[in-house]
Write a protein that binds this ligand. Structure first.
Ligand code: IMP
Length: 427
């Protein structure tokens, strides 16, 4: 009955794709539960280097079934492009399934995402402009189009006509833009529906049966706890729940199935888009880490802002999700640094804070309280066992465990699958 959830503990881009790819070796299914093509992960393996937005990282294993769950918002053209790219490079995609309940990103979502960002002016959120927010808005407003809807042309046309009338009013009257053509969108999505037909099914039934058979299912997160709609740095968040609640509702899997909840953290912090990053590094150090870690967004190519490890935010993410273990990625990016800072608390005026506040003005006043640890200044890339890490790198990992009160289960010291150190068995 075991499910293992892999969740981002920071602001996304923690390297979840690599961790899922590593764990998928032992799993029978990998199921993505939230977000959409705002996410992007890079997987490097024997087939080459792949940047994917929607297809779960388990697709490279013949024994793994991949699920795109009901909680994901799917841009059909992006999904089809990924399927074509994978098939073109010899990867079998017949084990990929899309939930009939997954909502579809429509052309008006993408258009409105851009128009809303422009309307926000200086207060723009820095969204990926992939239509994610407007798609989740329609889901909550009960105006969404779901993957399964594409399979019944008559019903789809009726629903689309109703929804697009409203969207076009918004586009023309509020934003003064040209309306989108109903026929064009209808025909485009019917064509996607025909191509996606073999992939669309009730994926919840499949997952339940797999878990009942005792198979390992990896629940693959996108984004991270600090981008969570409820718990992140609102309004600078995404429109879904990248936390454990989202993993369950985004797949229709019961909480009773969970065996592990693994929180993925970079050995430092990054954030792309606007919003607070309390431990943001000074310009020169940020630049150094960005270049060493190639910290540019996989979806938008935007440079990521870099910061030190934020223990306050990490404790918060751990509490929200009930992490049973942590995966620390990109430890090797810190190889050359003479000293490494770790934030264990915030200071706002005279008050020392151990908790992550909801209020952004308060968060803006928070100054990180740092402890400085000596760097190991040697390459970690070839290390495969925790005992073989230099003592200073081990001390850094121990410090993260101490701050978060959570055991580290896995450390990644490079982008390749084998550049992984397993500290505790996960299966
Ligand atoms: P949206 O999800 O496109 O609406 O963007 C909202 C915020 O979430 C922006 O700050 C994005 O940069 C951020 N975001 C969304 N997806 C990811 C991701 O996969 N990694 C990092 N940041 C993301």
């Amino acid at each position: 009955m075991p499910a293992i959830a892999i969740l981002g503990g920071q602001w996304g881009d923690e390297g979840k794709g690599k961790v899922v790819d590593y764990l998928a070796q032992r799993a029978q299914a990998v199921a993505r539960f939230g977000g959409g093509s705002n996410a992007g992960h890079t997987v490097i393996n024997q087939h080459g280097e792949f940047r994917m937005h929607l297809v779960p990282s388990g697709i490279f294993y013949d024994h793994v079934t991949c699920i795109i769950g009901n909680g994901v918002v799917v841009a059909p053209q992006v999904l089809l492009e990924e399927i074509d790219l994978l098939s073109g490079r010899g990867v079998d995609t017949s084990r990929l399934f899309l939930s009939d309940r997954a909502h579809l990103v429509m052309p008006y979502h993408v258009l409105l995402d851009g128009l809303e960002e422009e309307a926000r002016g200086a207060g723009a959120l820095g969204t990926t402009r992939r239509g994610i927010g407007p798609c989740y808005v329609d889901k909550a407003a009960r105006l969404g189009i779901r993957a399964g809807d594409l399979l019944d042309r008559g019903a789809f046309r009726k629903r689309l006509a109703f929804v697009m009338e409203q969207k076009n009013l918004l586009i023309t009257r509020l934003y003064g833009r040209e309306p989108l053509p109903l026929e064009g969108v209808f025909n485009e999505y019917c064509a996607y529906g025909e191509r996606l037909r073999p992939f669309i099914r009730d994926t919840g039934l499949f997952l339940e049966a797999a878990l009942e058979r005792g198979e390992w299912v990896v629940l693959e997160g996108a984004q991270g706890a600090l981008l969570d709609l409820d718990f992140g740095t609102y309004p600078y968040v995404t429109s879904s729940s990248p936390s454990i609640g989202g993993a369950l509702t985004g797949l229709g899997v019961s909480a009773r199935r969970l065996e592990h909840v693994l929180g993925v953290f970079k050995a430092y912090s990054t954030r792309v888009g606007e919003g607070p990053l309390p431990t943001e590094m000074e310009k020169e150090m940020g630049q150094r880490v960005r270049e060493k870690g190639h910290e540019y967004g996989a979806t938008t190519g935007r440079p990521r802002r870099c910061g030190w490890f934020d223990g306050v935010a990490a404790r918060y993410a751990s509490r929200l999700n009930g992490f049973t273990g942590l995966a620390i990625t990109r430890l090797d990016v810190l190889d050359e640094l003479p000293a490494i800072k770790v934030c264990g608390a915030y200071k706002a005026g005279d008050e020392t804070m151990a908790h992550f506040p909801a209020s952004l003005p308060l968060l803006a006043r928070c100054q990180p309280v740092y402890e400085e640890l000596p760097g190991w200044q040697t390459s970690l890339g070839g290390t495969r066992r925790f005992e073989d890490l230099p003592p200073r790198a081990r001390a850094y990992i121990k410090k993260i465990e101490e701050i978060t009160s959570c055991p580290v289960a896995l450390v990644s010291v490079g982008p390749q699958r084998e550049e992984t150190i397993l500290l505790r068995p996960l299966f």
